[in-house]
Each structure stands twice: as C-alpha cells, then as structure tokens.
Design a binder for this molecule. Structure first.
Ligand SMILES: Cc1cc2nc3c(=O)[nH]c(=O)nc-3n(C[C@H](O)[C@H](O)[C@H](O)COP(=O)(O)O)c2cc1C
Length: 386
C-alpha cells in the first residue's frame, strides 16, 4: 500500500454514524466540561469562541453542566438556563456552533447537596434526597478543598417542583436553539443522590427499593421527554462511580433498571455512560470496559466516556462496544481533536491548573490548533515519497 492510500485509511472513530435524526460525520464527542467562566451564571461571549473552536460539521458537542434553577449551583460561575437572560446569552453560542455544522446538546443539571449555603439563594441549605452531609474527600477538583454544607431533605410534595425545573430547562434549551438536552444523572449530583443507596435514606415513595430510589430520575426523564420529545433527549449515568459519597451497593442492577426506563420511551436518543474508575494493572491505568451489558440492553445510541485516547476509542468503536466516544480532557486541550485523530497528529497537553479558573480567561480558547502550514507540508512530503 502506498503512502497516499495509507494516509486515506479511515479510522473507526472517523466513520459516520446516524444518531436518531442526526447525521454525525464522526464518533468523537465533546464530553460535558464545567469551566466556571459564566459570570453570574450567565454564559459569556467567550463561550461562543470556545465551543465553535471544538465544532466540526456533523460533530456532537455537549455543553458544560448547566443549572436548571437558582438552587442548582455548586461551583462558582457555572452557567444556567432558567432565566430569559440566560436563554438569550446561549443563543449566539449555539449559533456559532451551528454555523460550523456542529450538533449541540445542553447538559442540564442540579447539584443537590454538592454545594454550600454561600452558593444558594438567601444563604439557604442546599436541597437533596437526604439531610446527610457529604463526609469525606474522594471528590474531583475544584471541590476537594471545599466544605459542603449540610443539606435539607426535600419534602415529598416539593419534588414535583424540581422535576418542573428540569422540564423548564429543557424547554429553554430548545428555545435557545440547542438540538437537544442531556440530563445529568451522573457523578453524585441530585439525581444520583436519589438513585444510590449510600445517599438516599428516605422513607417515602422516593426511597427504599430500587424502583423508589429511581423514581425521581424517572420523573425527570418523563418530564423532559414529554416537553421536548424523546428524539432530543439523552442522559448521562455513572452507576459505578463513587463521587461525592454517592455509591450504590448494586451498580449493575441500578444501571439495568435505568436503561429499562429509557427504553420505555420509543426513540430515546442516547445513553451516555461513564466507565468505572480506572484500574491500575501492571502499573498502567486501564479503562475497565464494563459498560457492554448496558450498551446491549439499551435500544438507542450509546456513548462511552472516561479515559479514552485515540487507540482505545478506535478499538471500542470497531468492536461495537459503543457507538460514540466522549472525550473530556483531550478535547479541552485540543480544539481540533477529531482532525488530530484523523491525522494521528500529536496532542496538546492539558493544563489541570486552569480547568476551573475564572479570571483571567486562560486555558480556555487559547489551546493551539495544529499548525496548518506544518501539516500541509508534511502531507506533500508524503506524496513526494510515494
Ligand atoms: C474540567 C472538567 C470538568 C468536567 N465537568 C463535567 C460536567 O460538567 N459534567 C459532566 O457530566 N462531567 C464533567 N466532567 C467529566 C468529563 O465529562 C469526563 O467524563 C471525564 O473527564 C473523563 O473523561 P476523559 O478521560 O476523556 O477526560 C468534567 C471533567 C473535567 C476534567
């Protein structure tokens, strides 16, 4: 095979895929990434630059986690989608992504007890399934140093209102121009605080059995699907994760139960699952690859995330382990990640110290693209060598 043919070889990650009504041109998804640069919970013009840098024709992008209400916040300067001002601020950002042909989903989120009184309206206690405070570390930045306030257990009759907040957020996202929404049901936030038995100590119909613990998440799913249609709804789940004191004694049963609930909705768009924590095997970090049973059980598109690189991504797409692969840190640091994968080009390294910094705005829109000139000269050299 000559160099030219070798250069043309299509890697599995760069093959097209039809996700519901969306024609994706490749499998490399931007994972949701909180960036803490939305001052006053309003997304800023610099987000239009950041997201459009990462947009490709037929590429799927998911926004950073976006609050559904004033009580949804747990990090400084994260965006929301509950006020008309926030909806208006999202519009030019969504437009910028659409102009580049990208498909853009909004991750809608409530942190529950992963918060402090200072971040809550009128200094109130954060709301949760429980009044148990998060007790120990094992939490990602920027929270590792934070002290979480004691939450207030939601009364049974209040839960409907929080479900309505998700419904409104989904409606607002569509009004802002998003192609759909991803319900954040992962990583120890409010949905998981209900779902997982380490956190849920309720005695009402939202606690106890697996069905009861999943009731709130299922009501959110049903409400969001009812509002915008199953064809525009995905969900992120992490049954095996242990963030923020949220652990389940039977993550496999939990994952299966939730997948069954998604399958009740004809055309439910996607299930985005996070791999269990990386295992260290022979001194190397290895992706556990334990999502296959859920992927097999789910009727729609499956997205896997957590620790993937080019090689592992190609492998899992080729093997049919997943339809799409979401990339977090690599996409954060490489605005043109799909192109770099296609060319097997070197990657920029991410700078962890600027993941969540608010001001100045660095480590955000300033990661370099591949040098076009350098690259085209490399390709022409290959041609000459044929
Ligand atoms: C800076 C940063 C912010 C993140 N914010 C979110 C978020 O808002 N919502 C979410 O579901 N996951 C969030 N995550 C998790 C990522 O989406 C992803 O699952 C994780 O980084 C593992 O994938 P990776 O190995 O490709 O980075 C975040 C991760 C990082 C590093």
């Amino acid at each position: 095979m000559g160099h030219q043919e070798a250069a043309k070889e299509v890697i599995p990650l760069m093959t097209p895929y039809k996700m519901g009504q969306f024609h994706l041109s490749h499998r490399v998804v931007l994972a949701p990434l909180t960036r803490c640069r939305s001052y006053g919970n309003v997304p800023q013009p610099h987000a239009a630059v950041y997201y459009s840098q990462r947009a490709t024709r037929g590429g799927l992008l998911i926004t950073e986690a976006t609050g559904v209400s004033a009580t949804a916040q747990g990090y400084p300067e994260t965006p929301g989608i509950w006020t008309p001002e926030q909806v208006e601020a999202w519009k030019p950002i969504v437009d910028a992504v659409h102009r580049k042909g990208g498909i853009f989903f909004c991750q809608i989120w409530h942190v529950g007890r992963v918060s402090t009184n200072e971040l809550q309206p009128d200094g109130q206690a954060p709301i949760s399934s429980t009044d148990k405070q998060i007790s120990y570390g094992n939490v990602p930045q920027p929270h590792a140093a934070l002290y979480y306030s004691k939450p207030r257990r939601l009364g049974t009759e209040e839960i409907r209102g929080v479900v309505d907040d998700f419904r409104r957020a989904a409606r607002n996202a569509i009004e802002a121009g998003f192609d759909g929404v991803e319900i954040h049901g992962a990583h120890g936030y409010l949905l998981e605080q209900f779902m997982k038995d380490s956190a849920n100590d309720r005695a009402d119909e939202y606690g106890g059995s697996l069905e009861n613990r999943c009731r709130f998440a299922v009501e959110v799913i049903d409400a969001v699907v009812g509002e915008v249609g199953a064809h525009r709804v995905g969900i992120r789940l992490s049954p095996s994760a242990d963030y923020m004191d949220c652990v389940d004694s039977d993550p496999v049963a939990l994952g299966h139960y939730m997948v069954q609930q998604l399958n009740r909705h004809e055309g439910f768009l996607y299930c985005h699952m996070v791999e269990p924590r990386m295992a260290i095997v022979d001194g190397r970090r290895q992706i556990p690859h334990r999502l296959l049973p859920f992927r097999k059980a789910f009727n729609g598109t499956f997205i896997a995330a957590g620790g993937y690189d080019r090689e592992e991504g190609n492998k899992v797409v080729e093997e049919g382990y997943t339809d799409l692969v979401a990339y977090g840190r690599l996409f954060l640091a490489n605005p043109d990640l799909p192109r770099r994968f296609e060319l097997n080009a070197p990657l920029n390294k991410y700078d962890r110290s600027t993941f969540y910094t608010q001001d100045p705005v660095i480590g955000y829109t300033d990661y370099p693209f591949l040098d076009e000139d350098h690259n085209s000269s490399k390709l022409s050299t290959q041609k000459l060598n044929m």
